[in-house]
Design a protein around this ligand. Structure first.
Ligand SMILES: Cc1cc2nc3c(=O)[nH]c(=O)nc-3n(C[C@H](O)[C@H](O)[C@H](O)COP(=O)(O)OP(=O)(O)OC[C@H]3O[C@@H](n4cnc5c(N)ncnc54)[C@H](O)[C@@H]3O)c2cc1C
Length: 439
């Protein structure tokens, strides 16, 4: 062997597909395992999705909630990061195919490719009503919201027209609630003095939910408290309202029609379309039906975790699409891989439910932590601490927390720039068209 030739690394090769909450946690948990790890992601950054709505409503800038994957995993000597998009997986040949024609072989595979926005088969709604799943989506929404105010001001000043601004958010899950609250706060509390021709505080914000109540994954008393807190922000909540059509400026309901300046979609997600190309059983939402150890049936060395996996909890309901599920599953799979190298059986996954939180504009939230139900400021403080704590890859979380909390409490909005006229087609190109499932 020539002195320059690299020593062949014969440690088992683990390919982690996706560097979201699940993929990053898996790579970190494998740092001390005698394997070499390759993390593949189509972007170069990890996105902290729980704070996307803040970027979409100009509260935070993109770099405050997204971090380069290389920076996060740089200290892990056994890990290589590749920015590449997987186009398919050959489970029998143990190979991931990449867009562009290359491929990567694996001894163990962890599919953690997450979910995408779903329009229940109405893909034509996508360009009118953007969803919120990535930094790109958040920037598209931010642009639309800010441009709506600019457009209304132009009309008011040049044509003396005073059509009221109206925002509609479709979907009363946590994302819809957070978006509606933040849009209302932006209009009514943050920029209300910035315009001369219009009064932004007169903007109507409506949250539309097809089901009987918003936030159905929370206890009914917390749903009610969320409606009350949204009301304090001026958000009108319409439940039992099924959307049957969306066109520019119009949301059609079964028995009503709403004219609006901006429509935002937060009503459905489906697993990443890669899952339906694995050639294995998936549920209606495209999630892979995994074994209790999170492996793909018949393929004990290939695992699916997070939003891309379907596993039912002890109550018979599918585990929710939440970051703790993805992270706990990642640790379980890492344990199984470590064990497999020592000849031990795979570890069965058991979810530890630590509760759920949703924020409602500034300083309001609801929190369901086992039997403890919190709302208002206490819930918001809990939400703030939890989210800062989990901001992956941010070196100094305390400094980030202080800076962010200060700008949040003082209504400073540094991210109100309209910097590009990116077309929604950019987002469409990467979007999925699988069947929907609830977040
Ligand atoms: C707006 C919003 C708010 C949320 N708020 C909360 C919250 O408050 N609390 C909470 O617990 N959960 C929240 N969630 C849900 C949470 O973010 C997800 O459950 C979690 O991200 C799932 O982790 P994952 O690893 O399965 O997928 P993700 O974190 O989505 O990561 C998937 C990764 O795979 C990559 N990828 C996808 N396809 C390919 C491909 N073909 N090739 C290469 N790479 C690919 C993507 O780029 C991405 O980096 C929220 C989600 C959204 C959208």
């Amino acid at each position: 062997m020539s002195p320059d030739a690299k020593k062949v690394d014969d440690r088992p090769h683990v390919v982690v597909l996706g560097a979201g909450f699940g993929g990053l946690t898996a790579a970190k948990a494998l740092a001390s395992v005698p394997v070499r790890v390759t993390v593949l992601d189509r972007t170069n950054h990890h996105t902290f999705q729980p704070l996307l709505y803040q970027v979409a409503t100009a509260g935070l800038s993109a770099s405050e909630i997204a971090q380069p994957i290389r920076g996060i995993l740089g200290a892990h000597r056994n890990t290589t990061v590749l920015m590449a998009e997987a186009s398919g997986v050959d489970l029998d040949a143990r190979r991931v195919h990449l867009v562009g024609g290359d491929s990567v072989d694996w001894d163990y595979l962890i599919v953690a490719c997450g979910a995408e926005t779903s329009y229940f088969g109405h893909d034509d709604w996508r360009s009118v009503a953007p969803g919120l799943k990535s930094v790109e989506d958040a920037l598209v929404i931010r642009e639309r919201v800010l441009e709506a105010f600019e457009h209304a001001e132009n009309e008011a000043v040049t044509e003396h027209r005073g059509d009221p601004l109206s925002f509609v958010v479709i979907g009363g899950g946590p994302t819809g609630v957070e978006l509606a609250g933040a849009v209302a706060e932006l209009a009514k509390r943050v920029i209300q003095r910035d315009f001369r021709g219009i009064d932004p505080s007169k903007a109507r914000v409506r949250l539309i939910e097809a089901g009987p109540r918003i936030l159905p994954s929370f206890a009914p008393d917390l749903s009610e408290r969320a409606v009350a807190q949204l009301g304090q922000l001026g958000v009108e909540v319409l439940t039992g309202a099924r959307v049957t059509g969306i066109e520019p400026g119009i949301v059609q309901l079964e028995h009503d029609r709403i004219e609006c300046s901006v429509v935002l979609w937060a009503a459905g997600v489906a697993a990443n379309p890669l899952t339906s190309r694995l050639g294995v059983a998936v549920d209606r939402g495209g999630r892979v039906l995994v074994e209790r150890d999170l492996s793909i049936p018949g393929h004990p060395r290939a695992f699916v975790i997070g939003d891309a996996a379907r596993l039912d909890g002890p109550d018979g309901k599918p585990l929710p699409g939440l970051s703790p599920v993805a992270m706990q599953q990642a640790r379980t799979v890492a344990k199984s891989i470590r064990g497999a190298l020592e000849g031990k059986p795979a570890v069965v996954f058991s979810y530890v439910d630590k509760g759920q939180l949703a924020t409602i504009g500034r300083v309001r939230a609801i929190a369901q932590l086992a039997r403890v139900h919190l709302s208002g400021f206490v819930a918001w403080m809990t939400w703030l601490l939890v989210h800062i704590f989990y901001l992956i890859g941010f070196k100094n979380r305390i400094v980030v927390m202080v800076v962010w909390a200060w700008s949040y409490l003082t209504y400073r909005r540094g991210s109100r720039l309209i910097v590009s006229r990116r077309s929604i087609e950019d987002v469409e190109r990467t979007a999925a068209s699988a069947e929907p499932s609830a977040r």
